[in-house]
Ligand binder design. Structure first.
Ligand code: UDP
Length: 485
């Protein structure tokens, strides 16, 4: 019986909140099913974050291990060990710095092996930390790769990095190996670094080998739901030629994301105030706008978005962050937000501006929220669709543009407003997409229905009722059995 046996699993997430949180959730789920010892290993400051996240919820037996790390040795500012608060220009250095964790991870594994008399059963590593596969292989330990993204987005991301298909054509559109021949991706769907990548630049030199090594792992765990993206999963399995377990949605409990704590500290607006404001609005009448935990749009885009929201006539909650180079209350505020905008929206109760960080899960679960204008980071996608909220996509980085492509083309639950921080958007464009998705009759109604269907799939997938088990529960059972085999 799986739950009776003992063994140790070591998990190593990439140093970003959007990776660490799903890893922690995965650890909790595995722990719930087994008596494995579970250790999450990371740099000291990330471990500190994990420790406070663990202590804010019920006590758990998940262990934390600090891997020695000195940010300044890698050209990073002192005491920066996470993508949060790191300018985009330094993110590449953070990726590279993760390679330095190999030696401390090896020591940790020796220590565990010595203490317990046998090596860990499995190393679960982040898709970006391909070097863990070298460690696992050299010690004869099983290695599974955990991708915190969806299957479709993961496939597009790893295939484009591995094959650089956009370099093989002059056209703006190109085919991505692993996808059907008729599928076309567009250059504007590539993040700047990837668009420019040629195999010799520093990004290529990190990502190409990292992904190749991750592809040698014994299987992949994916934070998604089988019924939600059947095509993505079918294609990913075929491309990887290895098992993919769909254990999602691994959503953060509110307390863990720290949204309450942060809403109080950084935004100046309490959760209660936000809920009270939403309580005054009609069902499905509010646009929620947020670009995730680390991205911002440009000053001129902020202007057009603000004006578009105002002219749409709809109510909105907008988590605003100043564009790069500006402060929230600095003297140049009028360069990125129309004059008197915030006051006007407050006085008319048309819009609620939440500074820097909002209680996203609570906003999405409120019945007044009708649509989410989002960068479509995978956690936001899961959270939005999990609540049956259709989306307006504005992808900015990572695999977000592929997520939007799937949401629009495969799932019919979103429209795309624009892409990247480099484009020019107009007030009319903003107004138009809001009109489409908020339309209670035509396309908007259809999107809402489809989003509700996905929400039902997500609920069913995680249902466990005696013998009746949803797909994610079965995948988790199978994963545990495989780790023990
Ligand atoms: N989030 C939040 N409040 C905010 C911004 C983000 O609670 O103001 C949370 C959001 O609910 C999600 C995560 O932060 O769980 C963002 O993850 P996602 O994958 O969407 O984007 P990323 O931040 O990694 O770009």
């Amino acid at each position: 019986e799986a739950a009776q046996k003992n063994g140790h699993i070591v998990m190593i997430p990439f140093m970003a909140q959007g990776h660490i949180i799903p890893f922690l959730q995965l650890a909790r789920q595995i722990q719930h099913k087994t008596t494995f010892n579970i250790t999450i290993a990371n740099t000291p400051l990330n471990v500190q974050y994990l420790r406070s996240a663990l202590s804010s919820t019920s006590p758990q037996q998940i262990r934390l291990a600090e891997l020695h790390f000195n940010s300044t040795q890698h050209g990073l500012p002192p005491n920066i060990e996470n993508t949060e608060k790191l300018p985009l220009s330094l993110i590449g250095k953070l990726f590279k710095s993760s390679l330095s964790l190999e030696a401390p991870l090896r020591s940790l594994i020796s220590q565990i092996t010595e203490e317990e008399g046998y090596p860990p059963l499995c190393l679960i590593s982040d898709v970006f930390l391909g070097w863990v596969n070298n460690v696992a292989t050299s010690l004869g330990i099983r290695n599974l790769c955990f991708t915190t993204c969806g299957a479709y987005g993961t496939l597009a991301y790893i295939s484009i990095w591995s094959n650089l298909p956009h370099r093989k054509t002059d056209s703006d559109e190109f085919w991505v190996p692993g996808f059907p021949q008729s599928y076309r991706f567009h250059r504007t769907q590539l993040h700047k670094f990837l668009r420019q990548a040629d195999g010799t630049d520093e990004w290529s030199q990190f990502f190409i080998p990292a992904i190749a090594l991750s592809m040698k792992s014994d299987g992949w765990i994916c934070n998604t739901v089988e019924e939600m993206e059947p095509l993505g999963l079918q294609l990913l399995r075929k491309y990887l030629q290895s098992p993919v377990w769909t254990v999602g949605p691994l959503l953060p409990p509110t307390a863990l994301k720290g949204s309450k704590h942060r809403a109080g500290k950084e935004s100046g607006i309490a959760l209660e105030a936000c809920m009270e404001w939403l309580d005054l609005k009609d069902e499905n009448s509010v646009v929620y706008v947020s670009f995730g935990s680390q991205n911002t749009i440009s000053a001129s885009q902020m202007m057009a978005l603000a004006e578009g929201l105002e002219r749409s006539g709809k109510s909105f909650v907008w988590v605003i962050r100043p564009p790069v180079g500006f402060n929230m209350n600095g003297e140049f505020r009028e360069e990125w937000l129309p004059k008197g905008f915030e006051e006007r929206m407050r006085d008319t109760k048309r819009g609620l501006l939440v500074h820097k960080w909002g209680p996203q899960l609570e906003i999405l679960s409120h019945k007044s929220t009708g649509v989410f204008l989002s960068h479509c980071g995978w956690n936001s996608v899961l959270e939005s669709l999990g609540h049956g909220v259709p989306m307006i996509g504005w992808p900015l980085a990572a695999e977000q543009a592929y997520n939007v492509k799937m949401l629009v083309e495969e799932m019919g639950v979103a429209v795309e407003l624009t892409r990247t921080v480099e484009t020019i958007i107009t007030v009319e464009q903003v107004k138009k997409v809001i009109d489409i998705v908020m339309d209670q009759e035509g396309q908007g109604k259809e999107m809402k229905e489809k989003a509700n269907e996905i929400a039902a799939h997500m609920r069913d997938a995680t249902t466990e009722n005696g013998e009746e088990k949803g797909s994610s529960v079965r995948a988790m059972d199978d994963l545990v059995t495989t780790i023990l085999s």
